[in-house]
Design a protein around this ligand. Structure first.
Ligand SMILES: [Zn+2]
Length: 121
């Protein structure tokens, strides 16, 4: 489970966990630009058009839990005003937007493609 999470966090190929899914370095205009296939095990990273539609729900769940916990913590534990807490939530949202975008795609394909240790290096 930990290795599964580490692999999705680092955007490794879900099947071999050896190669990168996204093109690096990050191009700010095309943050979701991915390789077509895995350079190590040749897994197709986009098996069908609109495959990553489901990743939207992953990103919704992550941001929902994260933003809600930050806001609740600031308002009820640190006694901040709601407006100040909202400002922090928005700033955090801007800072981690690209990470969430990529990691939710990565988690999504990791949920659907099984790791095959034989294909790893
Ligand atoms: Zn691979």
């Amino acid at each position: 489970m930990l290795k599964w999470f580490a692999s999705s966090w680092r955007y490794k190929c879900p099947r071999c966990r050896s190669a990168e899914m996204f093109k690096t370095p990050l191009d700010i205009k095309k943050p979701l630009e991915m390789h077509k296939n895995c350079s190590h095990c040749n897994l197709n990273f986009e098996p069908e058009p609109g495959f990553y539609f489901g990743a939207m729900f992953i990103s919704y769940i992550i941001t929902g839990f994260l933003f809600l916990s930050i806001a609740l913590l600031l308002v009820f534990y640190f006694k901040w005003s709601v407006n100040a807490a909202m400002l922090i939530v928005i700033l955090v949202g801007i800072l981690i937007f690209l990470k969430i975008l990529r990691v939710s795609r990565s988690i999504y394909i990791h949920m659907l493609v099984k790791f095959e240790p034989k294909r790893a290096k």
